[in-house]
Structure formats: structure tokens, C-alpha cells
Design a protein around this ligand. Structure first.
Ligand code: RNT
Ligand code: ZN
Length: 422
């Protein structure tokens, strides 16, 4: 057990240290209430889902690596895991659900047949948890995705099937948002692309545009659901062309006034998503973030507190964009304890936002505007070794969740009591 008195004393010191730079740590902690992170349900079971299938399906764009024991194999196990995760996190979260996680009751419900009733038990669970919910059409891991094309398919049967799936997912999202009283962000990502150099790039992109136009033709109130579209640079097996590129979706989102989803694993390794936020928000009302850790490629490692994530958080805070940025996580590591993966990755993201809220923004800006670039650099560097950890620990104490590394033993205990018995 941590010594609460020491945590409070350390916080008092930190508070003084930050105050000397004009930063109010209490105000920063209050602001953390607005940093609501949407938890990707798919880390519980390596993006498997609960569909009833005739056979195990291969292919279709998503791959989790690792075989650590204890993954969730049912809705109940998944909910139990998510409840454990949330009990170890400060602040409030949301649930981010994929369409393959419906409550199908053992029936074979294909993706062009799903309805709100298959997700009602999730909505009810969210009500009990007091959290909002986001939703995703699942356009991979399905025989109709096996060709490598879904919404941009030249096979009219396949294309129409996926348009129907997307329409239904949007309707489900609007119902979810209406029931929960907080808009449901619906994200569309497709795995479409070509392994080898294609000739007809334009053909597939034209079809994708047409499919999206059909799928989003029905409009829903913004306080029920919001549409987002997610681009990607490349994937395994689609190295030569991704139909849904960044240019495609940025253009589509601007033209249709919907959200673009920026996943920081979906760009060239030296590109920074943090740098993109101030550009896209000049032309879009809102965006969705998929925060992840790409190691050499879109590997979806657990988020850590690194410079890329820090720049994303700092750009949101420096520009007061919290109410225009929907924050989601997108990692799925099957090689470590999955509950631990969530806690480490979500806490790392939360730390990045708290760190950003503790930046002396007016002082840094005044240096910059006066051309004092040495001073700006020095202060940014010094901030890295301020008593940030003391503020973070105090935040966890205030929120009544394990402080510092104390959550490690809790995750170990859960593994012993629950995960190891699956
Ligand atoms: C895939 C995209 C997409 C998925 C989830 C499961 O590269 O990042 O967001 O990870 O929809
Ligand atoms: Zn993503």
C-alpha cells in the first residue's frame, strides 16, 4: 500500500514547482475530466469477435500476434475484463465496440442482417457503467472480404453486401447514441487494396466513393451519431495500393462534413499525426484519433508515453481542441496479459494529456513570438524532469485507483483468479 501522506506532500511540492511557471495543477486535474478515452474492445480477444461461423475464417486485413493465455471467449468474459480494466484507470472511459461483438445468442447472423437488438445488451451494460459507446462496422475477417476488396469491390454482390452492413451499423450507432444520450462515433475502416502494382487505382476509388455515398445517404442527428472514416498507408498483402488512402478520406470527410480518423500507425514512420491535427481541424469540425504504437510498421503495440503520443496530446491541449477531438485507442497485443496491456496503454495516453495540461503554454508562446528559440527549447526540455509523476500519482489517488505501479499486482491477481482459469 502506498503512503497517501507522501503522495500528498509530493503533490504539494509539484504544485509549487508548476505554479512558479504559471501553471495551476488543480485546474489541470479538473480538466482531465474532459479527457475521455474510448477503449477498443478488441484488445480483450485479439479482434476475434463472437460471430457464429461455419468455420474459422482466415484473411481480411487484421492480424494480432501472440498467444498469451486468458483471452476473452464470451460476452460475459469480455465485460468482466473491461470492468476490471476500468477499475484500474482514473477518469471516465467509453466503450468502442466492433460489429462482430454482437450478442448473437449462438445464431448465425450475417453482417447484412445485424440490428440494434444484437447490441442492446451492450447498451444496457454501458448504462450500468455510466459510459458512452462508439461503434465500428467490421469489414474484414469474412468470406466476402477474402478477395481483398469490400466497399471498393468490382463484384457487385460483395459491394452491395458491405454497403448494407455499413448502413446497418450507422443505424445501430444512431440508436446507441440516442439511448445513451451521448453521440456514438461510428468509424469505417476497410482493408481494400492491392499486393502488386494495380492498373486501375481510379476504378476502385471511384467505387469506394459511390459506396460511401450510398451508405451515408441517410442522415442522423449529430447528437446521436457521427461518421468517421479511417485511412491507411499500407497493410500486409496490400503493399502496393490502399484504396482508402489519406488523400481519399480527407477529401471525402471535408466534402461531406464528417470526421476523419487519424490512426498514428497509418502513416509513414517519420510523419507525425500530432502535426496533422491543426491542419485538418481548419477544415473539419471534429476528428477521431486512433492512438497506437507502430513499431516499424502498423504493428499496434501497446501505447507508451513517447514523443509521438505527446505531440498529439499537446497539440489538442495547446489549441483547446478537446471538444473537437474524439480519443480512441487502437492496439491489440496478444503476447502479454491483455488486461495489463489496456491499463498500460490507456494510462500512457492519459499521462500524455495530463502532461500537456501542465505545459506553461502562454510562457512558451511568448518565447516563440519573441524569437527566443533557445529559451523555448530549454523550457520544453526542463519540463520533462519536473515533478510530473507526483501530479499523476495524486490524480490516481484522487480517483481512488491504484497509484503508480500498484496496478501490477492487481493485474497479476486477476490473472491468477480469472484469466488462468479460462
Ligand atoms: C486497421 C485499423 C482499424 C482496426 C480496428 C480493429 O489497420 O487501424 O482501426 O485496427 O478497426
Ligand atoms: Zn485504427
Amino acid at each position: 500500500m502506498k503512503n497517501n501522506k507522501l503522495i500528498e506532500q509530493a503533490y504539494d511540492l509539484a504544485k509549487e514547482q508548476y505554479a512558479s511557471l504559471g501553471v495551476d495543477t488543480d485546474a489541470a486535474l479538473r480538466k482531465m475530466k474532459e479527457v475521455i478515452i474510448s477503449l477498443q474492445c478488441w484488445q480483450t480477444d485479439d479482434v476475434g469477435g463472437f460471430e457464429t461461423r461455419d468455420a474459422e475464417l482466415a484473411g481480411g486485413g487484421i492480424q494480432a500476434t501472440g498467444n498469451y493465455p486468458g483471452k476473452a471467449t464470451s460476452l460475459d468474459e469480455m465485460r468482466q475484463d473491461l470492468e476490471k480494466v476500468m477499475s484500474l484507470l482514473p477518469g471516465k472511459q467509453r466503450l468502442n465496440l466492433h460489429a462482430i461483438y454482437g450478442d448473437f445468442q449462438g445464431k448465425k447472423i450475417d453482417r447484412d442482417q445485424i440490428e440494434i437488438k444484437h447490441f442492446q445488451s451492450w447498451v444496457d451494460w454501458c448504462k450500468i457503467q455510466g459510459i458512452g459507446m462508439d461503434f465500428n462496422a467490421t469489414l474484414f475477417s469474412h468470406p466476402r472480404a477474402a478477395s481483398g476488396y469490400t466497399l471498393s469491390s468490382k463484384n457487385e454482390g460483395d459491394r452491395a453486401f458491405w454497403v448494407e452492413h455499413l448502413k446497418r451499423c450507422r443505424a445501430i450507432s444512431a440508436d446507441i447514441g440516442k439511448q445513451l444520450g451521448t453521440p456514438c462515433v461510428h468509424n469505417t475502416w476497410i482493408p481494400d487494396g492491392s499486393k502488386d502494382t494495380p492498373v486501375d487505382r481510379n476504378g476502385h476509388r471511384t467505387i469506394l466513393k459511390q459506396s460511401l455515398d450510398e451508405a451515408i445517404a441517410v442522415k442522423y442527428p449529430k447528437d446521436h451519431m457521427k461518421d468517421a472514416v479511417e485511412s491507411k498507408l499500407f497493410g500486409i498483402g496490400i503493399e502496393s495500393m490502399t484504396v482508402g488512402s489519406h488523400e481519399f478520406y480527407l477529401g471525402y470527410a471535408i466534402k461531406n462534413n464528417i470526421l476523419v480518423c487519424l490512426d498514428n500507425g497509418h502513416f509513414h514512420p517519420t510523419e507525425q499525426v500530432g502535426d496533422k491535427i491543426s491542419s485538418v481541424l481548419l477544415f473539419l469540425d471534429e476528428i477521431l484519433l486512433h492512438i497506437t504504437r507502430p513499431v516499424r510498421w502498423d504493428s499496434d503495440h501497446v501505447v507508451t508515453l513517447n514523443e509521438d503520443v505527446q505531440l498529439i496530446a499537446s497539440e489538442v491541449i495547446r489549441n483547446n481542441f478537446l471538444n473537437r477531438v474524439n480519443i480512441g485507442l487502437d492496439f491489440f497485443d496478444a503476447s502479454i496479459n491483455r488486461i495489463g496491456a489496456y491499463v498500460v496503454g490507456t494510462r500512457a495516453t492519459q499521462k500524455a494529456f495530463l502532461y500537456a495540461l501542465l505545459e506553461p503554454i502562454p510562457l512558451l508562446k511568448s518565447y516563440e513570438e519573441a524569437g527566443k528559440n533557445f529559451e523555448r527549447l530549454a523550457l520544453l526540455e526542463e519540463l520533462k524532469t519536473k515533478l510530473f509523476g507526483a501530479v499523476w500519482n495524486y490524480y490516481c489517488l484522487q480517483e481512488d485507483v491504484p497509484v503508480g505501479e500498484d496496478y501490477i499486482t492487481e493485474v497479476q491477481q486477476y490473472e491468477k483468479d480469472v484469466l488462468s482459469k479460462r
